[in-house]
Structure formats: C-alpha cells, structure tokens
Design a protein around this ligand. Structure first.
Ligand code: AMP
Ligand code: MG
Length: 342
C-alpha cells in the first residue's frame, strides 16, 4: 500500500478514506492519531494490525463535541457536560458507560468507552464531513514514542495506512489526560495534556490510579489497559534520574561513557561533553517539555547511542505527564536522588 500525504485542504478526500473503511493519520493538538471509522469493526481491527497493538488495549472515540455524547454513552453524569464545556475541544478523554452501537473492537469488550473532542480544526472538519466518530490511538508503531509531526508518523506507518494528513506540529505534544467518570470518585487513569490540577478545580477530589506513578506488580490489572505496557521507548534503554536539576546532572555525568545519550533541561546542555544531548526546554517550563519529550526519545534511534539518561520534572502541572512518559519509556527504571540540592 502506498501511503499518501494529504494537506489541510484535502478534507473531503480524508473524510472519504474514513467512510470507506480506510486508515488515516490525523493531526490533533496532543499527538498524531491513527484513525478509522469507529462504528466499523473491520476498519477498527485494521488499526490494531497496522500498529501491532495488543488486542486488549481499547481505543479512544473522537467526536466533534458534547452533543454526540448521548449517541455513544449512557448514564452520563452532569459533571461530564461540565468538563466538556470547560475543556473541549481539548486534551481530555472521559471514560463513560458505552452504548451497544460502539463495537467491541473499539472498547476491547469493556462496558465503557473513552471519548474525546480533539482541538484541531482540520481533524474536526474531517470528522464533521465524514459524519462518523473516529476511533484513534496514537499513530506510532506499538511501543514506540508517539508521533508529534507528520514526518514521525510516516516513519512508523509508511506503507501500512492509506494516508496521513499533515496538520503541522502538535501544540501539546503528549496524549490526552484520561479521567474515569464511572466511579463515585473520578479517577485519573493517565496524566496528559490537561493538568490534574485543572480537573481538581472542577471535580474536587480526584483519585490517582496507581499505574501512573509506579510499575504494577505481576498479575495486577490497571484500569486503563494501555498503562501496563512498556511504551514510548527508544531502542536504547532509558534511565530516568529524578531530583533537583544540579544533582541529577552531576549523577548523569558520573555515569556517562561512550555512546551515552542524555535528555536534559536547557540549563544543563553543556554539562555532558561527548554525549548525544537532547534538550527538552527549561526546567521551569513543563509545557515546552511536553511538546519536545517524544521527539527527544525518538532522536536517539538511528544513532550509536546505547544508553540514555533523562532528567525528570516534578509532578506539578504538565510535569506529571512528562515524568510519566519518561518513566514508562524507561520501564520505570528510575534513580531518585530526592529533593536536596547538591
Ligand atoms: P492511545 O490512544 O494510544 O494513547 O491509547 C488509548 C489509551 O486509552 C490507552 O491507555 C487505553 O488503555 C485507554 N482507554 C481507552 N478506552 C478505555 C476504557 N474504556 N477504559 C479505560 N481506558 C481506556
Ligand atoms: Mg499510544
């Protein structure tokens, strides 16, 4: 299959691919997605094949607004509409009880569905033109860092899907925040582009799923099935070094050798002579870190780097999502130096 590159002008052609059961790379504000008609079981199955995605990892349904919630979800609490009003279109996925019309292929047989309205004018226009909800996971090969531009998606998906719509680089850079609204106390299943603090302001208490902060022990089942897989990983093994910037830089200096790659904050780029260095923004700017973290993880592939060390932000704001992606890329291989300065 030849994968076409479409532009922002090709809305009708892109919508036709979805309506015909094809696979389409779509730009969103979070990361690029691999979309198919979310009501067509065959089309959705092809997403799993193209990505090599495990069969028990459900997909998010993308809709153009909260007026479509009733079509695919049941027992929708008032707070779902409040959240949609405040944060849609935007990087928030809500887990709600699903209606029968949503195929098992999307939810992997769960009684719930993840639903979100992405904040990208081109993809919203494509969904509206197609007139169908779009099931879409991130557009990477399973296990690889998520793509934040069309070129990165093409690296993984060339020859596997019908087309990719180039809508420019992603403004947020990490996937959506996932909140489960089916339990009494709403539960954060994945930190993402909408900070936890913003949800707490609206919802009050929010439980934080264990799988976000630490690896699960053998046999433990996460609420978001995707959280159990090693993810976002470059080819070389990653070690995350948590703690104050000066100390973590010093620690990495002590470990570095030939073929070491370093992911660091802008303030520390000159501390690692001889290493391949990828800066992800100022230590004070988790928004910029979110935009750049996946590109940094991808950058070492195709180089001779055999081990990667990464400085890691704290958990405030978007830092929670950036830290989670780095730790998952590291398979939770984390050295925690604590909060003391050197
Ligand atoms: P991706 O789009 O690649 O980021 O993957 C979607 C994420 O949403 C995965 O982590 C899934 O486990 C999660 N997800 C999708 N649907 C549900 C659901 N019904 N319940 C819990 N998690 C879900
Ligand atoms: Mg993904």
């Amino acid at each position: 299959m030849k994968t076409k590159l479409l532009t922002e002008q090709d809305i009708a052609a892109a919508a036709a691919i979805l309506r015909d059961g094809g696979l389409l790379g779509i730009p969103t504000e979070t990361v690029y997605g691999l979309g198919a008609n979310g009501l067509d079981p065959m089309a959705v199955r092809r997403i799993f094949q193209a990505k090599g995605r495990p069969q028990d990892n459900p997909l998010i349904l993308h809709v153009p607004g909260s007026s479509w919630l009733e079509r695919y979800c049941r027992e929708i609490p008032e707070k779902a509409y409040t959240l949609a009003e405040k944060f849609w279109p935007g990087p928030l996925t809500m887990i709600l009880p699903r209606r029968e019309i949503v195929p098992d292929e999307v939810t992997c047989g769960l009684g719930t569905v993840g639903i979100r309205c992405p904040n990208h004018p081109v993809t919203l226009a494509i969904i509206r033109t197609a007139g169908i909800p779009v099931a879409a996971p991130s557009g990477n090969l399973s296990g690889r860092p998520s793509p934040t531009c069309a070129a990165h998606m093409l690296e993984d998906m060339d020859g596997r899907i019908d087309a990719i719509v180039d809508g420019g680089p992603c403004g947020v850079g990490v996937e959506s925040t996932i909140i489960d609204l089916t339990s009494l106390v709403p539960r954060l299943l994945r930190p993402g582009g909408l900070p936890l603090e913003a949800l707490q302001e609206v919802l009050g208490e929010v439980a934080v799923d264990k799988a976000i902060l630490a690896p699960l022990s053998a046999g433990e089942k996460p609420k978001a099935p995707g959280m159990k897989y090693r993810h976002y990983a470059p080819k070389a093994p990653v070690t995350v070094v948590a703690g104050k910037g000066g100390r973590t830089a010093q620690y990495i200096r002590e470990q570095m050798g030939e073929h070491t790659g370093v992911i660091c904050f802008d303030e520390y780029t000159d501390r690692f002579p001889g290493c391949a260095v990828e800066a992800i923004g100022s230590s004070q700017d988790p928004g910029e870190q979110a935009r750049r973290v996946f590109d940094a993880l991808r950058a070492f592939d195709g180089t001779d780097v055999t081990a990667i060390f990464a400085q890691c932000p704290g958990d405030a704001g978007l830092g929670l999502a950036v830290a989670n992606r780095l730790k998952k890329a590291a398979g939770f291989q984390v050295v925690d130096l604590g909060e003391d300065e050197a």
